[in-house]
Design a protein around this ligand. Structure first.
Ligand SMILES: Nc1ncnc2c1ncn2[C@@H]1O[C@H](COP(=O)(O)OP(=O)(O)OP(=O)(O)O)[C@@H](O)[C@H]1O
Ligand SMILES: [Mg+2]
Length: 585
């Protein structure tokens, strides 16, 4: 992720906006923050009393009292710290949970084109890495920054109150001590960030390799992957080693400078004590405040880098939340479909370009009419635009020209959800989700009964193989349906569409992975299913569509001809050639 130079201020605005619903917790946390800072600062006074009134005066009763006060302060500090820590961490977790949910909900509404060009991985990292960063920042760094600012200001005030001369000496020497620490600290942070980034790069690479392990091994590609992975890991190690060197130096600098400064302070102050200008308790309190101010400054400089990084994360999340879906219900003149639609489809001079390929039309002035209840087959060479046509019907994208009508209504005037409930689709690559077979079938209609699910499986000729699985319908299938054959996946997808029971069917090579016998059985089931429904079916194997009423031949984004099998054999050279290749006519 690129280093962001966003000022932390915008992060505060971002955090405030998400914290707003929890103002009581915020108020409680702020109170606890103030309370603990005050107590910590007053411990210095307790120390002074302890030494001056108890030890120096040699009076046990005073010592007792001072120690009691000290313990009271400690208890109050413990309670306050508990409240602060709990509330602040709670807020961090709560806000991040809200952000994660909002981002995910928003992602689901975006048009599919948004995730093209591998942005999926990047977005996934925003949802996990960026929100985790925000969590640690809102859940600790912000409060650390506030607390240390309070301590610093309070500590400085007490320094002045305690001893003016020593304070002036400290003020002059603070930059000498703090500057090198800040410089080393910054170097360490920069290095640790770049080693983290390098490892993050590896993450998606590993995921890809493991997902495609069969391809990796089949091509004996392991040595290359090994070398590539080793390179990245060793790079990260080299960066880490430089970081460790800087970090070790930082520790040396801190010990020498800070403790050295304390030593000098003790010497100067000690002289004053010996000469009776100040009391021993004053000196102790002074050293205490000096240490507090010093460590507060150190913490703030640490935290600022983190806040900067979180500001970048916040910015990326805001950007994601502000991205608008290109597919949305119209702002005005929203049309509604009746509960029962007829299912007539019409494409009118539809032209569509993919954003990634502005020079070549995926669909070029396509006009088609499908009557309610009719079955229309789409055939044509690979890349002709058949799947693209389905995508437009479902409004995964809108055409640049022309319009698509459903029962005479322009689909752009509909709510996309209203439109999509009219369709059941079997996609070219069946999608299975992690879960049981039953969950996967139910996807098409979450409220379906078990009997309906079984009916659908039977109709798709899937029942037999499901029953042979170890736990039948409860068998869990992994990411992308590992553990099922291609044809089995296809039948699950068909059963899902059967269950969805929508008036229009879109079948994109639904039976391409089935053997001849299963295909025949599924075909019968499909014929039953198609009855009374508008159906668009894409097929490479002409044998499966010769029975369809009409066939549209597509090539290079155009519809060349529409007709029956017999008509096209005579009138359309492309169709005749396809038929010749497949049937050997
Ligand atoms: N997301 C995309 N971005 C850019 N171009 C795309 C995208 N998806 C498809 N295309 C291009 O659009 C054209 C039509 O693709 P489409 O998937 O509709 O073909 P198809 O007819 O379904 O082919 P097949 O029979 O192989 O499934 C092709 O040239 C393809 O390269
Ligand atoms: Mg296709």
């Amino acid at each position: 992720m690129p280093e962001s130079r966003t000022p932390p201020l915008s992060l505060f605005r971002f955090a405030l906006q998400w914290l707003a619903p929890y103002h009581w917790a915020v108020a409680g946390a702020s109170l606890a923050l103030l309370f603990t800072a005050t107590i910590t600062l007053s411990i210095g006074q307790g120390l002074r009393l302890l030494i001056d009134d108890g030890l120096a005066a040699g009076r046990p009763d005073q010592l007792n009292q001072a120690v009691l006060i000290f313990f009271a302060l400690v208890v109050a500090l413990a309670i306050g710290t508990f409240a602060r820590f709990y509330l602040v961490s709670w807020l961090g977790e709560r806000v991040v949970a809200d952000i994660r949910r909002r981002v995910f909900d928003h992602l689901l509404t975006l048009h599919p084109g948004f995730f093209d060009q591998n942005r999926g991985l990047e977005i996934q990292s925003r949802l996990t890495a960026d929100t985790t960063l925000l969590q640690s920042v809102i859940g600790s760094s912000v409060s650390m920054a506030l607390r240390n600012t309070l301590m610093m200001v309070g500590g400085i005030i007490w320094l002045f109150i305690t001893n003016l001369k020593l304070t002036l000496i400290v003020m002059v020497s603070v930059p000498l001590v703090v500057a090198p620490i800040i410089i080393f600290g910054r170097r360490v942070r920069g290095l640790s960030r770049s080693s983290q980034d390098r490892l993050a790069d590896v993450g998606s690479y590993v995921g890809e390799m493991l997902g495609q392990i069969k391809t990796v091994q089949a091509f004996n590609h392991e040595p290359y992957d090994r070398a590539r992975f080793a390179g990245v890991v060793e790079d990260a190690f080299a960066v880490a080693r430089r970081r460790i060197v800087q970090r070790s130096l930082l520790i040396v600098v801190v010990i020498v400078l800070v403790l050295g400064a304390v030593g000098v302070m003790l010497w100067v102050g000690g002289m004053d004590v010996i000469e009776g200008r100040i009391s021993g308790g004053e000196l102790a309190a002074f050293v205490f405040y000096a240490v507090i101010v010093g460590s507060a400054v150190g913490s703030i400089s640490e935290v600022i880098g983190e806040l900067q990084r979180a500001a970048g994360a916040a910015e990326r999340i805001v950007e994601l939340l502000q991205s608008r879906s290109e597919i949305a219900p119209p702002a005005q003149n929203l049309q509604h479909l009746p509960a029962e639609i007829e299912g007539g489809l019409q494409l009118d001079q539809v032209t569509f370009f993919y954003p990634g390929r502005p020079d070549q039309a995926a669909l070029d002035a396509v006009s088609l009419k499908v009557l309610p209840g009719e079955t229309l087959a789409l055939v044509g060479p690979s890349g002709a635009g058949k799947t693209t046509l389905f995508d437009l019907l479902l409004r995964f994208a809108d055409p640049q020209q022309g319009q698509i009508l459903l029962d005479g209504v322009d689909i752009r005037t509909l709510n996309p959800a209203d439109l999509r409930r009219c369709f059941a689709m079997v996609p070219q690559q069946p999608a299975l989700f992690y879960g049981s077979i039953e969950d996967n079938l139910r996807y098409g209609r979450p409220e379906a009964s078990m009997a309906e699910i079984e009916d659908a499986a039977r109709a798709a000729n899937a029942e037999e193989f499901i029953q042979q699985l170890p736990q039948g319908y409860q068998t869990r299938i992994g990411d992308g349906g590992i553990g099922l054959s291609g044809g089995q996946k296809q039948r699950i997808a068909i059963a899902r569409a059967v269950l969805a029971d929508a008036p229009i069917l879109l079948l994109d090579e639904a039976t391409s992975a089935l053997d001849a016998q299963s295909e025949h059985l599924v075909q019968q089931a499909m014929d039953r299913l198609m009855e009374g429904r508008t159906t668009l079916v894409i097929a490479h194997r002409l044998a499966t569509v010769t029975g369809a009423g009409r066939i549209a031949v597509m090539d290079q984004g155009r519809v060349q001809a529409v007709g029956t099998h017999a008509e096209l054999l005579h009138s359309n050279p492309l169709y005749a050639r396809l038929a010749e290749l497949q049937f050997g006519l």
